[in-house]
Design a binder for this molecule. Sequence first.
Ligand code: FAD
Length: 289
Amino acid sequence: MKIKEILSADRPSVSFEVFPPKKDAPFTPVKRAVARLARQRPSFISVTYGAGGGGNVNTSRVAAFVEGECGVTALAHLTCVCATSAKIRSEIAALRKAGVENVLALRGDAPPGVDPSSGEFPHAADLVRFLRKNAPRLCLGGACYPECHPECEHLEDDIAHLKDKVDAGLDFLTTQMFFDNNDFYRYLAKLRGKGITVPVLAGIMPVTNGRQIARICKLSGTYLPSRFKAIVDRFGDNPPAMLDAGVAYATEQIIDLFANGVNAVHVYTMNKPEIAERIMANLRSIVAR
Ligand code: FAD
């Protein structure tokens, strides 16, 4: 099913992100985690691309498993940094074979020392234009950044680039994780003001590991509100307590988003079904179909 159709239903939607196994790593643990996540009946499951060098071999394999064996709509991520059009064509063919109808079109991050804009596809918008021309039936999503993409100095410029990307043919957007919903609400108002009207999925990362979060926020430029910092300071060294607090924080963020009219939330599960299950248990009546 196309994600734009799922998002057109006027009811809360929760989807999940998973990552594929690294190159040559066993497939079974990921399969087991994905099957457990699928039992939560998410609107769809997205599968990241390239992380750890797994490339599309494992992305399309996991996406095929999501669609074929779990019976859940899959969204395959695809990056274009350093890629040739021949490579992108072969990726599209693999996804078509896997029965995938939805692609998250991304630029990705270049390896150290490489200028990301030096290749055939300098920006994700170039990939979107290519996919629209060569695979017009795909439903396409793109990434966006409520706190500005780390490489862009001004949010206004980042939004102008985003408008170009959406106009190239995106059907929806998914945000980078954020921990202060007000950042998302302000950002959404700006996007709408600039004429970006496609659905925007709010990216929520349940943080259950105190040590990990400082590193993730530094890399992504994500702001940690003082309320959240206090949780990490108090419970960061106590894994079971941090798990309880992280699940509660993510649940609260999601309920606030739904209460304020946001209909689509994308949960970065980090392949941990036990965390997603606890969040979904807290949302049972809210997302009931
Ligand atoms: P773009 O939209 O191309 O933007 C990148 C930068 O270029 C921005 O600063 C933008 O303002 C600027 N820019 C765009 N157009 C122009 C222009 N015409 N002129 C000048 N500047 C311009 N990475 C992975 O490797 N694998 C994944 O699976 C993956 N999944 C992701 C999922 C989500 C929801 C998100 C938010 C990110 C994901 N990423 C993933 C990370 C992403 O690839 C990086 O953040 C990357 O740095 C930017 O990708 P993009 O598609 O947003 O790029």
